[in-house]
Design a protein around this ligand. Structure first.
Ligand SMILES: *[C@@H]1O[C@H](CO)[C@@H](O)[C@H](O)[C@H]1NC(C)=O
Ligand SMILES: *[C@@H]1O[C@H](CO)[C@@H](O)[C@H](O)[C@H]1NC(C)=O
Ligand SMILES: *[C@@H]1O[C@H](CO)[C@@H](O)[C@H](O)[C@H]1NC(C)=O
Ligand SMILES: *[C@@H]1O[C@H](CO)[C@@H](O)[C@H](O)[C@H]1NC(C)=O
Ligand SMILES: *[C@@H]1O[C@H](CO)[C@@H](O)[C@H](O)[C@H]1NC(C)=O
Ligand SMILES: *[C@@H]1O[C@H](CO)[C@@H](O)[C@H](O)[C@H]1NC(C)=O
Ligand SMILES: *[C@@H]1O[C@H](CO)[C@@H](O)[C@H](O)[C@H]1NC(C)=O
Length: 398
């Protein structure tokens, strides 16, 4: 029997996952106690009114904490944290009406990540410069409630990312979700990459081309949290703001450029015009990930070329992960239409110039091979394991 318990213990330890706890779901003076991984770090992402936050405390191990310590960033701009001791409970004396309007959340990493000096967490309150040095870094961005949120056609939290300053010799990936313990090998949750990897078909063979874009559109990441990985120094600037792009009136800021469209919220149609088009050869396309509802929901993506070419038109249903589509010609617009529900992450690109000449930079890119599978649902898996443990323990003890 002890062996069995040890085995179960090990399963629980190795399956430690990062977690979030939204303040709006925790309204209690006698709260439940949650299991968290001992040695992991706790962060708070919130721009809720201090008048309400001061009524919230949490307890881990033998210590009770108020929230102000977590609201003041470290000297380098990264977020303050508190190590957790295996258990965690949130005490909230605000009334239910107040609690339901709170947008903030706690984020708990894994213990492995706290031991990794290349792992960083930033909270975006209003503006945030993010700079990392070193040969590889992971940076988690926790957003806070959108300032000047007007209606439900906008994300409730978003990062507006500009001024990405990256060497062409580094590979930068943005990922949705939060990093699990296998984050360094997991690349199938990428929604933006620079350089972009695609296959160039020559007359007799095919080879991999890495196209670095030195111009990137402002990237609007309408997610509560996301992270990036990079194999070199990078810095970028982020703002807590949202600019509407669903009005057929958004022009890119250069011809050779790349940008993203992300939707987890209400969003029906969106178009970006790539101007001015430069005459001559080029390549245009996109990388698309979809998790469309399983009821005939669909995403249409159209690339319009110049007057002499028909537009390319593709439908995506259900789950597609990192599917690359491109043509050897420049596009003058990208239009996305969503029919019914689902989530998608689109990176579009247009390049004016000689595509036959493979760029030699960024040759360490590991290709995110397009695969179509179902979405990893870590919390469901952990729940299943914990449930099995519970049933086994109950039967052993009875
Ligand atoms: C909490 O306090 C008790 C009693 O003082 C002590 O035995 C225990 O080790 C403490 N737990 C932690 C996590 O510090
Ligand atoms: C904070 O909690 C106290 C009860 O401890 C309550 O009387 C007070 O109204 C709360 N403050 C706010 C702003 O809700
Ligand atoms: C909840 O608390 C807020 C702030 O203290 C107060 O203005 C409001 O009247 C309270 N609502 C209820 C239903 O008690
Ligand atoms: C929010 O709106 C106010 C008033 O229109 C404006 O002054 C402020 O700059 C806006 N803030 C952001 C972050 O967009
Ligand atoms: C985009 O470019 C077109 C053509 O140059 C121009 O007519 C239009 O006003 C521009 N739109 C915006 C939002 O700048
Ligand atoms: C992503 O890759 C990981 C392994 O790196 C795998 O466990 C997971 O199922 C994959 N998820 C999807 C959605 O393909
Ligand atoms: C993950 O699983 C939970 C619990 O079964 C479910 O509520 C949630 O919607 C799932 N999330 C995704 C993205 O499938």
């Amino acid at each position: 029997m002890p062996t069995l318990f040890l085995l179960l213990f090990l399963i629980l330890v190795v399956s430690a996952d990062p977690q979030t706890f939204y303040l709006k779901n925790h309204h209690s003076r006698t709260p439940p106690v949650y299991d968290v991984e001992s040695g992991a770090n706790l962060y708070l992402a919130s721009n809720d009114d201090w008048m309400y936050l001061k009524n919230i405390t949490f307890k881990t191990g033998n210590n009770t904490y108020t929230l102000e310590k977590l609201l003041v960033p470290n000297d380098d701009g990264s977020a303050a944290s508190i190590p957790v001791a295996g258990d965690f409970s949130i005490y909230n004396t605000n009334n239910e009406t107040v609690t339901r309007r709170l947008t903030g959340f706690f984020y708990i990493t894994t213990a492995l990540q706290t031991q990794d000096p290349t792992f960083h967490v930033f909270v975006l309150q209003t503006t945030q410069s993010v700079r990392v040095t070193g040969i590889s870094s992971t940076v988690v961005i926790l957003n806070t409630g959108l300032i000047n949120f007007t209606d439900y056609t906008e994300p409730t939290m978003t990062s507006y990312v500009t001024n990405i300053n990256q060497s062409p010799n580094t590979n930068l990936y943005f990922h949705w979700g939060m990093p699990y313990d296998d984050w360094k090998s997991q690349t199938n949750n990428t929604f933006f990459q620079n350089p972009i990897v695609y296959l160039v078909m020559m007359r007799f063979n095919t080879h991999v081309s890495h196209r670095f874009f030195d111009h990137v559109e402002p990237l609007q990441v309408g997610l509560d949290y996301w992270y990036f990985t990079v194999d070199g120094p990078v810095n970028m600037y982020m703002e807590n703001k949202y600019v509407r792009i669903d009005n057929y009136n958004t022009n890119t800021t250069a011809t050779s450029t790349t940008g993203v469209m992300i939707s987890t919220y209400l969003f029906v149609e969106c178009s970006v015009e790539i101007r001015p088009i430069e005459y001559g050869v080029g390549v245009a396309g996109y990388i698309i990930t979809t998790f469309m509802d399983d009821d005939g929901s669909m995403l249409d993506i159209e690339l319009f070329y110049d007057d002499f070419y028909p537009s390319s038109y593709n439908d995506y249903q259900c789950n597609n992960i990192g599917v690359l589509y491109f043509d050897y010609q420049q596009a003058y617009s990208v239009t996305v239409r969503r029919y019914e529900g689902g989530t998608f992450y689109l990176q579009y690109f247009n390049f004016a110039g000689d595509v036959w000449q493979t760029s030699t930079v960024g040759n360490k890119v590991t290709s995110t091979t397009p695969v179509a599978t179902t979405h990893k649902n870590g919390s469901a898996a952990v729940f299943a394991i914990k449930f099995v443990v519970f049933v086994l323990m109950a039967s052993l003890l009875s």
